[in-house]
Write a protein that binds this ligand. Structure first.
Ligand code: BGC
Length: 734
């Protein structure tokens, strides 16, 4: 977290310390007042690990504290171009000694173990003592859950034991371990001090290790302390060698130096922004918002195939660091159309937990197939509230949908054969087992007793989104089975043997997909969110004062479930994801209906409404919803950014522009654009990577320009007409 080097002890209520590693968690039993068979047994919590950022500054006997003393020219800058956080200020102690402080720090994006801090202090009006106390603090714990289901965990107190610690020369290191998962992490810090006259001493207490530098400082002469931090876990090294490995990494980092990391970081970010940036002309605040969001997506996303992106990224403890469907439906598209390699890694993560998903399916009495957990880190279902957790079976279809989009955009057969096909078959099997042909529903394939994306409606029959997405899952799995049979028979045989796939199963999926039941009201041309949705009475919005939102914190779930009220896009999400299955008229009618009853109490909602408003031609609405996404965390619009940023919403802001204003769709693998310029803007400009081609798109008052920057040729649709783009031949439209 972006907390201060000197800590937050003097800033009560200012937020809390945190240092997190993606995928590093403790497992703990979920406490139920009343349990039942098959309830999720354990939760996983991303742990707050040893804090190595800590550096205290003591100025002629007085400790720097933002709460005492006087601050001047304070600035704190997160530079998106170098992924560096800089803090600079002048500070006068209560006794009247002034210093200038300049702190730069980064978490390396090129060497995953490394972080570095460069701390410069200059006495402005005195010569005397300056002391640095630089430490690794193992006295850390996680936030405990209160009444808000979105905050904290069931963990109490300190859960990481300190197994070993050592101080050697300018270096400190300690190793922590979890009790239940047995995960180890070592953290080392290696220092370099640039000062003329100093003495060093060490402090080794039970939970914290420190080096204290006593410096004879002179007025006007800068002192620089560099701290090179390395974290390494059991995943990358044997436990017995972890401490030593962390020390070695920190020492190597110190040899390379801060400037090296800074330069590497800049190069990395240049490459990132070259593809990912969206330039907006005409609104600097929005420009900043969108870049802030993209930066966070980059830095929080696991890129190793065994980690993913948490709902709150790596910025806070909200939702315990769990991964949800937020990944496949919200975050993954950004990576897919900018950095497909990263989106592959996100999908490989799903493969890495496929065994756990198979086991979960058995726990829910499905003899075949896999059921992905609604929320998890290590693969086990961690949702304690099954009506809005496990019951959201649609996560299976969301993952399958993401695999389909990934394949259509990359033709990565290596992925399909080694990972994707098996996931598709296992998820399709689950649907085939779950659903049934019901006579009173015209012998259509029905899916009962599930929850759709809208968490204000739970445990329903035939959630329209789920049925449509499940059908998509099954028919795509069927197509892939045919493709494999024809073109890669040995792979088909291998997978079939592994999972015991019977000859007729793909036909069964296809049949179910063809005969899926869709709840539809002919007269109203309305897709019903589920079988009983329209029978419920509408929520009394007029008499619900603003302080009663979000409803989930003010009404019992049953009260909410009894009404027509949506927390987030559900059917409207289907209109977007499966847009080629609806007529324009249906889109408008259904959008109008569901918009009126949606509270957007989930930050996953406004972006989808924005995208669909753009498509329907409600441009002002599209813009208003977009405004709710672009700066959500910068401006703390939900009042809970302290618990972590809203990752899905951050990616949603990208969707508002790319899928909304620019109208990008990719049904059946061909890109279609339908761009317009929001009236407040002069121009926007972005790039999209698809089928090994990089397309540069500019939309301004003069018109729309496409240019192919990488790849020889690609065929796209512009406002419904086919256009072939060739390298070196930009195409303009008025
Ligand atoms: C939303 C879910 C989402 C979760 C994590 C909830 O508030 O309703 O759809 O997956 O937050 O972001």
């Amino acid at each position: 977290r972006g907390s201060f080097e000197e800590g937050l002890a003097d800033c009560p209520g200012f937020s809390h310390e945190g240092n997190f590693i993606n995928g590093f968690y403790e497992s703990h039993p979920i406490q139920y007042g009343e349990s039942a068979y098959g309830f999720a047994k354990n939760s996983h919590t991303m742990l707050n690990i040893a804090n190595a950022k800590k550096i205290k500054l003591i100025i002629d006997g007085e400790e720097l504290s933002l709460a005492r003393g006087k601050l001047n020219n304070y600035s704190r800058v997160l530079d998106f171009k170098s992924a560096t956080l800089t803090r600079s200020f002048e500070y006068t102690t209560p006794n009247g000694k002034s210093v200038r402080v300049n702190i730069r720090r980064l978490v390396s994006l090129t060497e995953k173990h490394i972080a570095a801090i460069r701390y410069e202090v200059t006495p402005l009006d005195f010569s005397g003592k300056i002391e640095f106390v630089t430490s690794i603090d193992g006295n850390v714990k996680n936030l405990s859950a209160g009444d808000d289901p979105r905050v904290g965990s069931g963990l109490q107190g300190r859960v990481l034991s300190i197994e070993e610690k050592v101080i050697v020369g300018n270096s400190l290191a300690l190793r922590q371990k979890t009790k239940t998962t047995g995960f180890s992490v070592a953290c080392a810090a290696c220092h370099k001090l640039n000062a003329n006259n100093y003495a060093a001493s060490t402090e080794d207490s039970e939970l914290e290790l420190a080096i204290k530098y006593d410096i004879d400082a002179r007025e006007g002469e800068s002192i620089v302390l560099e701290k090179y931090i390395a974290y390494i876990t059991y995943k990358d090294c044997e436990e017995s060698r972890l401490l030593e490995a962390s020390l070695k990494l920190a020492a190597e980092a110190q040899m390379k130096g801060f400037d090296h990391y800074f330069e590497e970081q800049k190069k990395y970010m240049d490459q990132f922004w070259y593809r990912a940036d969206i330039e907006i002309d005409g609104n600097a605040a929005l420009q900043q918002g969108i870049r802030f969001n993209l930066f966070h997506l980059l830095q929080s996303t696991g890129k190793d195939g065994s980690t993913n992106i948490a709902a709150k990224g790596l910025t806070g403890e909200g939702y315990e660091g769990h991964y949800f469907w937020d990944t496949e439906i919200f975050v993954l598209p950004f990576f897919l159309y900018c950095f497909p390699d990263i989106s592959r890694k996100l999908l490989e993560y799903r493969y890495s937990i496929l065994d756990a998903a198979r086991q979960r399916a058995r726990e829910l009495s499905h003899p075949k197939g896999a059921l992905y957990p609604w929320r998890t880190i290590g693969g086990e279902e961690c949702s304690a509230y099954f009506p809005a957790g496990t019951a959201q079976y649609h996560i299976n279809a969301d993952i399958a949908y993401a695999i389909q989009k990934y394949m259509e955009s990359t033709n990565d057969y290596d992925f399909l054969l080694n990972y994707g096909a098996e996931i598709l078959f296992e998820t399709a099997r689950l649907w085939a087992d779950l659903g049934e042909y019901i006579e009173s529903k015209g012998n259509r394939f029905c899916i009962n007793t599930v929850t759709g994306p809208d968490e204000y409606t739970a445990i329903v029959n035939n959630n329209c989104y789920t049925n449509m997405m499940a059908a998509n899952n099954m028919s795509y799995a069927y197509k892939v089975s045919l493709l494999l049979k024809d073109n890669y028979p040995e792979h088909y045989r291998r997978i079939s043997e592994k999972i015991g796939l019977e000859e007729n199963e793909p036909e069964i999926w296809n049949e179910a997909a063809q005969r899926i039941y869709i709840p539809y009201h002919e007269d109203k041309k309305l897709y019903m969110q589920d079988d009983s949705f329209l029978d419920k009475k509408p929520w009394d919005f007029e008499n619900t004062p603003i302080e009663k939102y979000p409803l989930l914190l003010n009404f019992h779930p049953l009260v909410i479930y009894r009404h027509q009220v949506c927390k987030q896009a559900d059917l409207v999400l289907a209109l977007f994801l499966l847009g080629n299955r609806f007529t324009d008229e249906e889109k408008r009618i259904n959008y109008d209906y569901y918009e009126k009853i949606t509270t957007h109490d989930s930050s996953l909602s406004p972006c989808i409404f924005s995208v669909m408003a753009s498509e329907i031609g409600y441009h002002q609405k599209a813009y208003d919803y977009f405004m709710k996404t672009a700066r959500t965390d910068l401006d703390d619009l939900h009042g809970n950014t302290a618990n972590g940023v809203h990752s899905a919403n951050m990616a949603g802001a990208w969707m508002c522009i790319i899928n909304g204003f620019a109208g990008l769709r990719a049904f059946d693998g061909t890109l279609q654009f339908n761009p317009y310029l929001p009236s407040d803007w002069e121009k926007y400009h972005f790039k999209v990577y698809h089928n090994s081609c990089l397309i540069d798109v500019t939309v301004n008052k003069e018109g729309i320009r496409y240019e192919l920057l990488e790849g020889d040729e690609i065929s796209i649709y512009h406002k419904g007409s086919n256009v072939t783009l060739r390298k070196g031949n930009p195409v303009n439209f008025n």
